[in-house]
Design a protein around this ligand. Structure first.
Ligand code: F6P
Length: 360
């Protein structure tokens, strides 16, 4: 029987399970078995997997576990960041394990899609990528699985923090994930009504950062303005620990705002967990469906991306899903992260324009 292998790799993202469920269901409907590889590329090299489909009343059906897993965060088939798979020997082991497969679907971010591209170059198998990363740092896709849920979690956390901040007339620096991309900080700053946002792509010095935060707090707590809270969103990639930033801002402000109270909260991995939002489930399901269809047609070395409207991609049966060569995806991802992409330039420009507006 034809078999599709699927793995989730890199940082987990809410909605990965919904993608796995969709792939297994769409494949089952086409009479194709789906095997879930355990713990990403490590499980592929070690031959560790489980059947996600089983014989049903009329043909194939998915295993019952998938029904509830689709609405859960994390990934039920496990994930890993595999150093071994980065070696040619590791990938050779993986290719040997896939000798009977009709194809492989890789759900993950930059590193995972790089692995999929390398594997595609080293074997003939149809390999399709599905973008999943809360950081929204993958090229050729307007969003990735997990982004929407992560943003909702951040915004809700900020609302809660603001409840206590307003009660005590305090300023908070809230750090969110995004080692290489400030997207989560930028987008959530607008939605949470933050007074300022700090992200790596701004490339300011520590002095600039301390000055930005100090100015935002001073302006808000000015007796004329009389705000009761200050919210500063900081991306993880901004190279100053929250505690140090708070201490330095307190030192700067103590002569002009004696007794000012500033607190820091690092949301960290809290942002990566939780039940996927409607949007993440819906995007995951539709990307999953398109990936199976492309794979069964024999397409290879591509990623399915979510786009509202584009003239550039190769169409699929879904008007919001396009296919892109993995080489193009990885080049655009690199440009997103090194700041040369028009998307990153636009984000930075927009946030710079917003810097005079956020604190009002
Ligand atoms: O998933 C991407 C990401 O969330 C980054 O924003 C973050 O820096 C990193 O993962 C953390 O990875 P780990 O869970 O391996 O510490």
């Amino acid at each position: 029987m034809k078999t599709i292998f699927i793995l989730t790799s890199g940082g987990d993202a809410p909605g990965m399970n919904a993608a796995v469920r969709a792939v297994a269901k769409v494949a089952a409907a086409a009479g194709v078995r789906t095997v879930g590889v355990l713990d990403g590329y490590d499980g592929l090299m070690d031959g560790k997997w489980k059947d996600l489909t089983q014989p049903g009343e009329s043909g194939l059906a998915v295993i019952p576990e998938l029904d509830s897993a689709g609405s859960l965060g994390g990934t039920l088939i496990g994930s890993a960041r595999s150093a071994r798979f980065r070696t040619v020997e590791g990938r050779r082991e993986a290719i040997a394990r896939l000798h009977d497969a009709a194809g492989l679907i890789v759900v993950g971010g930059d590193g995972s899609l790089t692995g999929a591209h390398l594997l595609s170059k080293e074997c003939e198998l149809p390999i399709l990528g599905i973008p999943a990363s809360i950081d929204n740092d993958i090229g050729c896709t307007a969003t990735a699985i997990g982004v929407d849920t992560a943003l909702n979690t951040i915004v809700e956390s900020c609302d809660r923090i603001c409840d206590t901040a307003i009660s005590h007339r305090r300023a908070f620096v809230v750090e969110v994930m995004g080692r290489h991309s400030g997207y989560l900080a930028m987008a959530s700053a607008i939605a949470a009504g933050a007074d300022a946002v700090l992200f790596r792509e701004q490339a300011g010095s520590e002095e600039d950062i301390v000055s930005t935060v100090s100015k935002a707090i001073r302006a808000a707590f000015d007796s004329e303005v009389g705000k009761r809270r200050v919210l500063i969103l900081k991306a993880e990639g901004v190279d100053i620990p929250c505690t140090r930033l708070v201490r330095r801002v307190e030192e700067t402000l103590s002569p002009v705002l004696p007794g000012v109270e500033i607190r820091a909260t690092v949301l960290g991995h809290l942002v990566r967990g939780g039940r996927p939002s409607f949007q993440d489930r819906m995007v995951a399901a539709r990307l999953g469906r398109a990936a199976v269809a492309a794979l069964l047609r024999g397409e290879r070395d591509q990623m399915v991306g979510w786009q509202k409207a584009t003239q550039s991609g190769l169409p699929t049966e879904d008007p919001s899903v396009y296919r892109y060569p993995l080489a193009q995806v990885l080049a655009e991802t690199k440009a997103l992260l090194d700041g040369t992409s028009p998307v990153t330039k636009w984000r930075v420009k927009m946030m710079s324009e917003m810097s005079g507006v956020l604190g009002l």
